[in-house]
Design a protein around this ligand. Structure first.
Ligand code: ATP
Length: 255
């Protein structure tokens, strides 16, 4: 079963259409990079995946569960690391994780064992008592990943998670997330502006002006559109204008 299925999703902010007939799927254990220039529709798609906005048209399924019809089981299978950190800086690493476990209705016993497992997996066991404020950006991101995985989701969504990290921490984070895919079968959707965070074997999704202009293995997209990924991205996102996004009925979506 696919970790994520997005089918014919369109979305408009009042009269401004932001996504048009977007569809793709993500298999278990795959790393997918979502790329697109400013205004392409990435944040809108993430807002729909996390149910910040309600779907207007189309369908999204997480682990086979419809976000529209069965939002709770669908969201239960989703872990999210938002672009802006949502950790409480004055709480310890462990307190931040306990808070999330409580929100997910875990018993104390279950929380203890899951926190132990995730801290070990993120190599953070020795930092558990430290206040988040005392940790560097790379470690903070790892805590957010540990937190997002606490309830054992199938799909981990990271929205520009490497922003603000130095090059070494950025690389380490990218490698670490890939190891989660390889070793634990978690599927990852990783949004970024940085082409060097994409590898040839990754699934690649390129959004441009609300259209999904490419989807498939990164190596195949590069070969088809230019030779290297930079050329392909450039061609796909600067070519002739796409069919214009039309005016849609007002829906009341706000940001
Ligand atoms: P960026 O990389 O700059 O964050 P993005 O790919 O995330 O861009 P979105 O923020 O999803 O793109 O925007 C897609 C389109 O929807 C753009 O044309 C944007 O101007 C428009 N848009 C986004 N939010 C709103 C809003 N609240 N009201 C009206 N239009 C919006």
């Amino acid at each position: 079963m696919n970790a994520l299925e997005v089918e014919d999703v369109s979305f408009a902010y009042g009269a401004r259409e932001a996504l048009r007939h977007v569809g793709f799927s993500l298999a278990p254990g795959r790393f997918a990079a979502l790329l697109g220039p400013n205004g392409a529709g990435k944040s809108t798609l993430i807002a729909l995946l996390t149910r910040l906005y309600d779907l207007q048209r189309g369908e999204i399924r997480v682990g086979g569960c419809s976000l529209r019809q069965t939002p709770r089981p669908a969201l239960r299978q989703l872990g999210v690391v938002f672009q802006q950190s949502t950790l409480d800086l004055d709480l310890s690493v462990e307190q931040n994780l306990r808070y999330h476990a409580a929100l997910h209705g875990m018993s104390r016993r279950q929380a203890n064992s899951r926190i132990e497992e995730e801290l070990t997996r993120q190599q953070l066991t020795e930092r558990r008592g430290e206040r988040v404020r005392e940790l560097n950006g790379g470690h903070r991101r790892r805590i957010e990943i540990a937190r997002a995985l606490l309830h054992e989701p199938r799909l981990l969504l990271l929205d520009e998670a490497s922003v603000g990290l130095d090059p070494a921490s950025r690389l380490a984070l990218n490698r670490h997330v890939r190891s989660l895919c390889r070793e634990h079968g978690i599927s990852v959707l990783w949004t970024t502006h940085l082409l060097d965070e994409v590898q040839e074997e990754d699934d690649l999704l390129i959004l441009h002006q609300g259209h999904l202009v490419a989807s498939g293995q990164a190596a195949a997209i590069s070969a088809e559109h230019g030779g290297d990924l930079g050329d392909a991205f450039h061609r796909l996102t600067t070519g002739p204008s796409l069919p214009s996004l039309q005016t849609a009925p007002h829906t009341g979506a706000n940001r």
